[in-house]
Design a protein around this ligand. Structure first.
Ligand code: S3P
Length: 436
């Protein structure tokens, strides 16, 4: 099978293509079919960027670092945190104000994480106590900063780097809580921007763990040169199929043309350490991103290499963030169970994913313990079909579709249509690969 284009890469390809020198267009192929990425395209159009879409191919006209015009109304980011947080960085360097709005879920998510660095750079951001809608009053040029982020977030990193393009000097973003996805850095380079990455190992606060601090920086005012982009398949969408295949004994699944960026593939390593048969084949590159094929052979219940409960925690979490709900589902089939810690960020995603996973797993008969920063799932549980809720969260709906396949009896997922936020084809594709 193939999965549609990567959501994270698609957002960035469209945004950066819009910032390319005026007059030059970029063709983005295999653009994500998600509602989230459609939100990004609509916002760009409202800002006067030329966008033409023909299925999975999108042409974006370069408008330069200074966008053509203020939007007529509020920019509707829908359910998309990436749209809101990345666009905030772009808007901070414009000489007009603009308002970023979103749905109920997005308006309840924390935005101080982007407001703080943007205000340090000289923009003004008016919010409702740190939540959207956000009115971004830009300044030109922005002041460069060196920002040590209190949260591990690729969205915050990208926001600061995008603002940095309109700053008067070098802007640096320091990650101290694990490396987050680096698609922004890779695509900036693809479009000709010089991005510096520095690694330094530092003792962590606890002192007993070495932690890696990574600094990413760029000098403002660099020009972006338009260049076509081919988006790799979304490994976070493939993840649901990979886990389903691993847990259903006798399965064999090959996912082609999928992104294998090392900041996104931790899930494959985790599955392997839990005893799953997952391999990577035919690795190559596309538009500065690693791609290849993932091959899974289903074993049924998983027996980890190490005895006892398997624990996911610390710096590992940033690289697994979107896969934690489906890994928690996999945890029900792992000998010794699975514990997830240091994942408080899960509580501020499209819904509180710790609560949602615990509630649904319990409804299906699993034994689960909920912690402030994660959960523990008892392993080798025979799940039973139940009525569960999506909580309006696409990844919860998809994770529990996989749980349903593993369970005895029928499961009903309330509000399952929200899969369209990232993966409208999910249920059709699932039907096409599942043998009854
Ligand atoms: C994303 C980053 C992650 C991830 C989200 C997409 C991105 O969020 O959960 O689905 O494209 O940058 P955070 O950076 O806030 O952790």
């Amino acid at each position: 099978m193939r999965v549609p284009g990567d959501k994270s890469v698609s957002h960035r390809a469209a945004l950066l293509a819009a910032l390319c020198e005026r007059g030059n267009g970029t063709r983005v192929s295999n653009f994500s079919t998600s509602a989230d990425c459609a939100s990004t395209l609509r916002c760009l159009e409202q800002l006067g960027v030329r966008v033409e879409r023909d299925g999975a191919t999108v042409h974006v006209g370069g408008a330069g670092l200074h966008l053509p015009r203020p939007p007529a109304g509020a920019l509707d980011c829908g359910n998309s945190g990436t749209t809101m947080r990345l666009l905030a960085g772009v808007l901070a360097g414009q000489n007009f104000p603009a308002t970023l709005a979103g749905d109920e879920s997005l308006c309840s998510r924390p935005m101080r994480r982007v407001i703080e660095p943007l205000e340090l750079m000289g923009a003004r951001v008016v919010s409702r106590e740190g939540r959207a809608p956000l009115r971004v009053e830009g300044r030109r040029p922005l002041a460069p900063i060196e920002y040590v982020s209190p949260v591990a977030s690729a969205q915050v990193k990208s926001c600061v780097l995008l603002a940095g393009l309109n700053a008067d000097g070098r802007t640096a973003f320091v990650e101290r809580h694990g490396a987050t996805r680096d698609h922004t850095e890779r695509l900036l380079r693809w479009f000709g921007v010089e991005v510096e990455v520095g690694d330094e190992s530092a003792e962590s606060v606890a002192g007993d763990q070495k932690s890696q601090a990574r600094s990413v920086s760029l000098v403002g005012g660099q020009r972006l040169r338009a260049r076509d982009v081919e988006v790799p398949g979304d490994i976070s969408s493939a993840a649901f199929f990979i886990v389903a295949a691993a847990l259903l004994a006798g399965s064999e699944l090959r996912v082609e043309g999928v992104g294998l960026n090392p900041t996104r593939t931790q899930m494959l390593d985790v599955l392997r350490s839990l005893g799953a048969d997952v391999r990577v084949e035919n690795a190559s590159e596309c538009s500065n991103e690693p791609v290849g094929e993932i091959v899974v052979r289903g074993t049924g219940a998983l027996a980890p290499r190490q005895r006892g409960a398997s624990i996911l925690r610390g710096e590992l979490i940033a690289g697994l963030i979107d896969e934690l709900p489906i890994l928690a589902v996999a945890g029900t089939q792992v000998e010794g169970g699975l514990e997830i810690r240091d994942a408080g960020e899960l509580r501020v995603k499209e819904t509180d994913r710790v609560r949602a996973v615990c509630e649904n797993l319990r409804a299906m008969g699993a034994r689960v313990e909920e912690y402030a920063d994660g959960l523990f799932v008892e392993g080798r549980a025979g799940l039973r079909g139940a009525r569960v809720r999506s909580f309006g969260d696409h990844r919860i709906a998809m994770a529990f579709a996989v749980a349903a396949l593993v369970a005895e009896g029928e499961t009903e997922i309330e509000g399952a249509e929200c899969v369209a936020v990232s993966f409208p084809e999910f249920f059709d594709l699932l039907e096409s690969v599942v043998e009854r």
